[in-house]
Design a protein. Structure first.
Length: 145
């Protein structure tokens, strides 16, 4: 009986460590994904290879260190609109017009186009900046009265 309890406790701990290594909890910081995600929303992100991203999925990326501002958050969420091999959308992407997305790169935009700094401004997101795919938004906790 004691052996069974120890094995269950150890396997539960291993599963927890596995889940922590594969998932991240991230708080949305800016308005670029409104109305889908608002500042303060918490999202669960699953780490996956960039090859598993599909157009339309919301992804977590590291901010562009060259074009971003020091006060910008290190991690941002955007919507993938084109993945490796897809044609770049014709409208709104002057830096990438008329090309196909190269291997290990993404084209991303924010849902709130006027307030989003994305592939329209800095081009492709390389695999090295890709973190994972947003799995779900977590319910907001009620604020204490």
């Amino acid at each position: 009986m004691v052996v069974v309890i120890v094995v269950l406790a150890l396997s539960g701990g291993v599963c927890l460590l596995w889940a922590r290594g594969r998932h991240l909890l991230v708080t949305v910081a800016g308005p670029s994904m409104e109305p889908a995600y608002a500042p303060g929303d918490q999202v669960l992100v699953r780490r996956v290879p960039i090859a598993r991203v599909r157009p339309g999925q919301v992804v977590l990326i590291r901010r562009d260190p060259v074009h971003g501002l020091p006060e910008d958050p290190d991690l941002v969420i955007k919507r993938a609109v084109a993945v490796p091999g897809d044609p770049v959308p014709r409208v709104g992407f002057p830096l990438l017009a008329g090309t196909a997305v190269p291997p290990a790169k993404l084209v991303v935009v924010g849902d709130n186009l006027p307030l989003s700094y994305d592939s329209r401004h800095h081009g492709y997101v390389p695999a090295g900046r890709f973190v994972g795919v947003v799995v779900r938004r977590l319910p907001r906790r009620p604020r204490p009265a």
